[in-house]
Design a protein around this ligand. Structure first.
Ligand code: SF4
Ligand code: SF4
Length: 371
């Protein structure tokens, strides 16, 4: 296992962090898996109030001396917070679930513009500072599935110490993306990466063309290994979270992260990643290049962001998580595709000649399903 410093926190963390969202079914197996990870060098654990049973199982795994061996991260359920006092009430519940007196890294979960507004209105930032003073948390962070503009605004507004963002080989410009990664790292934030395999979607149903590229490359590695390698090659990345759901996957990840320092990838290897990205991009449903010539939309719709979300959704067999992100981060804030008034201004400026108003109807219809 390789280790790095988590931004300016002074915490030394393993490059591989165990995501505690997708545990094995049996509680005993889950506890054994967490302890196996720790015994083999993983020292960063990521949980959340809203991950079913995660905090309770993690707490069980951390008994018998394991607690002191890890940097424990968990998240506040912002959705459920209605008044200032709720922040500490939920934190106290999390401490009880985890069987600990303090959280090493406490995150405000899913900072979309609506949650961010709530955090400011209910003084969630003051809450974080007071909890540091009380010793209930040691460090302050946030997670985000939103635009790089939202990320910059939030990152600039407080003395955060880390940020958790989604990033993988098929999402260089999706959500916070590479631009946000560089921005956060430059501010001294520890940058923790979630969804390195897009919840496993990238490595299930691998297109034949990608399989052929992997087979034809001199160095044999699985697609999962290339995905992790692409991430840990970047010096801005501190920790990569992987939510293994059985011991076999965990052992494979431990092997992959044996050598995981930055700067490992050769030019040929980066070329392979580019070729893999090209295959997937050719399969994207809407040919939006993200040029933003269509912006701003008078209805407040972030048109390229909506299309990126839809492309990811259609590429990965329509995961429910994307529908939920669409509802929470766009529809509930009044900036979903359903707000399109059909004015057609955007269409006039689109170099790809996309019928944007028509696509807005299609995207909303599909992304709304199941959410
Ligand atoms: S057609 Fe719809 S998406 Fe395009 S600018 Fe008008 S309201 Fe916005
Ligand atoms: S102008 Fe067209 S290609 Fe450019 S961001 Fe807007 S929809 Fe996408």
């Amino acid at each position: 296992m390789e280790y790095t410093m988590l931004g300016n926190t002074g915490l030394r963390v393993s490059r591989f962090g165990l995501g505690c969202m997708r545990f094995p079914e049996g509680r005993g197996d889950a506890v054994r898996m967490v302890r196996y990870a720790i015994d083999n060098g993983v020292n960063y654990l990521d949980s959340a109030y809203v991950y079913k049973d995660s905090e309770v199982i993690t707490g069980e795994a951390l008994r018998d001396g394991y607690r002191g061996r890890v940097v424990l991260a968990t998240k506040s359920p912002i959705w459920n917070v209605e008044r200032h006092a709720d922040f500490e009430r939920f934190l106290d519940e999390e401490l009880r679930r985890l069987g600990t007196d303090y959280i090493d890294m406490y995150l405000l979960h899913n900072m979309n513009p609506g949650n961010w507004e709530k955090v400011r209105r209910l003084d969630g930032l003051g809450f974080l500072d007071r909890m540091v003073e009380k010793g209930k948390i040691r460090h302050k962070g946030f997670s985000i599935h939103n635009t790089v503009a939202a990320f910059r605004e939030i990152a600039d507004a407080f003395d955060w110490e880390m940020a958790q963002i989604q990033l993988n080989i098929l999402g260089e410009t999706y959500q916070v993306g590479l631009e946000g990664l560089a921005y956060g790292a430059k501010r001294g934030l520890g940058m923790v990466i979630m969804e390195p395999l897009r919840g496993g979607s990238i490595v299930s149903n691998v297109p034949d063309e990608v399989g052929a590229l992997l087979e034809g490359f001199p160095e044999r590695r699985s697609l999962a290994e290339w995905c992790f390698r692409w991430l840990y090659n970047m010096s801005e990345v501190s920790v990569i979270l992987s939510g293994t759901s059985n011991l076999e996957q965990l052992k494979d990840n431990l092997r992959i992260f044996e050598r995981s320092g930055p700067g490992l990838m050769s030019g040929e290897e980066m070329g392979l990643i580019r070729s893999i990205q090209d295959v997937y991009e050719a399969k994207m449903g809407i040919g939006c290049t993200g040029c933003r010539y269509c912006m701003p939309c008078p209805q407040g719709i972030n048109i390229p962001e909506v299309f990126q979300l839809y492309n990811q959704y259609s590429l990965f067999n329509k995961p429910l998580g994307d529908s939920i992100i669409y509802r929470r981060n766009m529809v509930e804030l009044g900036i979903g595709a359903d707000q399109c008034a059909g004015c057609g201004n955007c269409k006039l400026h689109c170099p790809q000649q996309l019928d944007i108003p028509e696509l807005m109807r299609k995207v909303h219809g599909e992304l709304s399903q199941g959410a």
